[in-house]
Write a protein that binds this ligand. Structure first.
Ligand SMILES: Nc1nc2c(ncn2[C@@H]2O[C@H](COP(=O)(O)OP(=O)(O)O)[C@@H](O)[C@H]2O)c(=O)[nH]1
Ligand SMILES: [Mg+2]
Length: 287
């Protein structure tokens, strides 16, 4: 099994103006330009690239304006594409219908059986919504069956308001990882949204299970955790020594390599900051 894959190439497809370039730029650069569409995407196709904090590299092939799908087979940009994202604008019905009538039909020709194809709605900030989530989900199942391919619907995103953009790309990467038998990775950006101690424990245990299943991490010490620990106990354990719990907390963006809490950790993690707990025993006594 390939456990050390850290570089991913995916391609963005969809009608002109649906917001493909904006999605890629939002994820890779963290910005959004409202004024004009990116006609600069005039060549064969652009690359956008980002390396996440966890070392995962993502290359996004952005389809050029007027790009003919027939070139996917020959364009060097599209070689080794591990997943395709087909975007439609939720305020433009035609861009949705063209997924079935044009994009999928043409892409199918080059697509390997398992390669993930993820349909995504853009511009969720607009109040005009002419395609429901249910309809998009139905389209995905219909196309999966029709072509015997791995087509799913992700949901709505907004590059403008930065809604669900990083989770879209993490979800795409995780679909690829799943095929390879690799455990999922998590966006550190989303950790800030964990609001309760319970959320944090669930998230930690999920990531921990992933690491435990991943042979690559067998070199890390066993953690003595049973899965029923409180957040304070988890953090205390992670801070104590360089073990697998710490590795997970670092990957989640909760902890620095030296075992101290990072400034971007979710509030419940900060509240249980192990550096503020003199010892686990006294902490538990206080509870
Ligand atoms: N309201 C809104 N407009 C967007 C969003 N994403 C892109 N746009 C606008 O849609 C137009 C086309 O965007 P672009 O990224 O160039 O689309 P592409 O042709 O698919 O690459 C531009 O005017 C963008 O400013 C979004 O999330 N919300
Ligand atoms: Mg573009």
């Amino acid at each position: 099994m390939l456990h050390n894959i850290t570089s991913y190439r995916i391609a963005l497809l969809g009608d002109p103006e649906v917001g493909k370039t904006s999605l890629a730029i939002r994820h890779c650069k963290g910005t959004f330009t409202n004024t004009e569409s990116f006609f600069a995407t005039a060549g064969v196709g652009d690359f956008h690239a980002v390396t996440h904090d966890n070392g995962i590299k993502l290359q996004i092939v952005d389809q050029a304006t007027g790009h003919k799908l027939a070139r996917i087979s020959s364009d060097y940009q599209y070689r080794n594409t591990m997943a395709y994202v087909i975007a439609f604008d939720q305020s433009n019905r035609e861009s949705f219908e063209r997924i079935g009538s044009y994009w999928m039909e043409n892409l199918n020709y080059y697509l390997k059986e398992n390669t993930p194809v993820i349909i995504v709605a853009t511009k969720s900030d607009l109040s005009k919504k002419v395609v429901s989530n249910e309809e998009a989900e139905n389209l995905a199942s219909y196309l999966s069956e029709k072509y015997s391919k791995n087509v799913t619907y992700f949901g709505r995103t907004s590059a403008k308001n930065n809604v669900n953009v990083s989770s879209l790309f993490y979800s795409v990467v995780n679909s690829i990882r799943e095929l390879m038998g690799c455990s999922p990775i998590y966006s550190t950006i989303n950790q800030a949204k964990l609001e309760t101690e319970g959320d944090c424990i669930v998230f930690f245990n999920k990531a921990h299970q992933g690491k435990r299943d991943d042979q690559f991490f067998q070199c890390f010490r066993s953690t003595e955790l049973t899965g029923s620990e409180t957040l304070a106990e988890i953090l205390k354990h992670a801070a104590k020594e360089n073990n697998r719990s710490r590795k997970v907390c670092v990957d989640l963006g909760w902890m620095n390599e030296d075992g101290t809490i990072t400034k971007d950790a979710p509030q419940p993690v900060k509240d249980n900051d192990p550096s503020k707990i003199s010892s686990l025993a006294t902490y538990l006594l206080k509870k």
